[in-house]
Design a protein around this ligand. Structure first.
Ligand code: CA
Length: 432
């Protein structure tokens, strides 16, 4: 449940990627979901009462009244009636979004496959070209915000493949749809009203305000409310244009990271070697120690270089448990996770940034022979754990902190290394 409790936002990009990978009919990696197609007409997979086909149809029939009802809160934000009418003229719901919102990918990618996809040779080459082309802008932004250019470029590359795949759905229409139809209306009302404000202020022209189905737009995929908090006019033309002004895109993304707590001049984290007798119960996001303390627990940097600072605090991420590399995650990793609350995403951003800077691939191998469990198998895994008395919350096929803790406890009971990695072999053991 770690990620699905978060507001939607940029997680959409990851869901899109997962879907593209798992449904060959939808297209190729990398890319977003297809731009235009009809709503399936089917109820959503969540089972939420607002996601049944009847509820979606009823909300769609009420769409015009819903939009009219959002005028008073828009007025309270200083939007004129003329501007509101212009922004909403001829607006119709884009019900295809309901399919995207409520689909549940049957298979997810492994951590390592996800990294391979996002940190590809092509994306590294593309990022280096961007760094060279916009060197002067990056120089100025680094002076102003103290945020490393390689991280910004990595976000640019992962979010939209350097501006080539940011999505083609009109943001006003997408957010209006989500504000009036489906199970996240309260959350998206704010996004829609903020999108109206952006257009009313003239920061981005409505024709250029296009993006993902969830309303994230521009090369680094700002949600409207994130735009409102973080966007800056760096080229000085009076508009905060995070779509077509590269200077505004780079500076706004830097401002976002800085305001979220970026530590200038520091890395996101380190690849580490975890000793064989390590107690993996300590590999948990809530368990923060100083680098010095982690060294006492036997952690070393992969490649043998010393840690540069011993008082930094971080947590240990071991996505493949004892079979794969460990990562010591510092403050800047947490900042990247505020941009998109998924560890695989944040690690891809950090690693791509290092590669853009000239760094090497990770040293330790991944357990590529391990098969990723399907959603049905993950659900079954949780049901077995629950039946054996482990507290995993409501089985939902999502492996968050509680499930991982239960997996570790089960491993202890079986005399195994308690690394929390839910392998197919462990599922076989649970089935006995
Ligand atoms: Ca500008």
């Amino acid at each position: 449940m770690d990620t699905c409790m978060q507001p939607i936002g940029k997680i959409a990009a990851i869901l899109a990627l997962v879907l593209v990978v798992t449904s060959p009919a939808l297209g190729q990696i990398p890319g977003l979901l297809p731009n235009t197609s009809q709503w399936s007409g089917e109820s959503g997979a969540s089972g939420h009462p607002l996601m049944t086909s009847d509820a979606i149809r009823a909300s769609a029939a009420n769409f015009d009244q819903c939009i009219a009802g959002l005028w008073p809160p828009a007025a309270r934000r200083g939007v004129t009636k003329a501007a509101y009418d212009a922004a909403t003229a001829g607006l119709t719901p884009d019900l295809k979004i309901m399919d995207f919102m409520d689909s549940q990918p049957e298979f997810t990618k492994s951590f390592w496959d996800y990294l391979d996809t996002l940190v590809s040779d092509a994306r590294i080459a593309g990022g280096r070209a961007m760094l060279a082309q916009h060197r002067a802008t990056f120089d100025a932004v680094e002076r102003a915000y103290g945020v490393d250019r390689h991280i910004i470029t990595a976000i640019w590359g992962v979010e939209s493949n350097y501006g080539t795949q940011g999505g083609e759905r009109p943001v006003l229409r997408s957010t209006a749809t989500l504000a009036c139809v489906g199970r996240r209306q309260a959350y998206f009302r704010d996004e829609f009203l903020t999108a109206v404000e952006i257009v009313a202020r003239g920061d981005v022209h409505p024709d250029r305000l296009k993006g993902s189905w969830a309303g994230a737009f521009g090369p680094t995929q700002f949600m409207p409310t994130a735009f409102k908090r973080y966007a800056v006019d760096f080229d000085g033309d009076g508009r905060r244009d995070v779509v077509d002004s590269i200077a505004d895109v780079i500076a706004s993304t830097a401002n976002n990271l800085k305001r979220d707590g970026w530590n200038s001049g520091q890395t996101w984290g380190y690849e580490v070697v975890v000793p064989a007798d390590f107690n993996f119960m300590q590999a948990d996001r809530s368990h923060q120690l100083t680098v010095r303390e982690w060294e006492r627990h036997g952690l070393r940097r992969a490649g043998g270089a010393p840690f540069p600072r011993h008082d930094d605090r971080g947590y240990l991420l071991a996505p493949a448990g004892v079979q794969g590399p460990g990562f010591l995650m510092l403050q800047n990793f947490r900042v990247i996770m505020k941009y998109n609350p998924a560890e695989a995403y944040a690690l891809a951003i950090g690693h791509l940034a290092d590669r853009l800077r000239g760094g090497e691939p990770f040293i330790q191998p991944w357990p590529r022979h391990e098969r990723v469990l399907s959603r049905q198998e993950r659900l079954e895994f949780q049901q077995h754990l629950a039946r054996r008395g482990y507290d995993i919350g409501e089985p939902d096929g999502q492996f968050g902190g509680r499930t991982r803790a239960a997996v570790r406890s089960f491993q202890v009971s079986q005399g195994q290394v308690a690394d929390g990695f839910a392998s197919a072999a462990l599922l076989d053991l649970l089935r006995r």
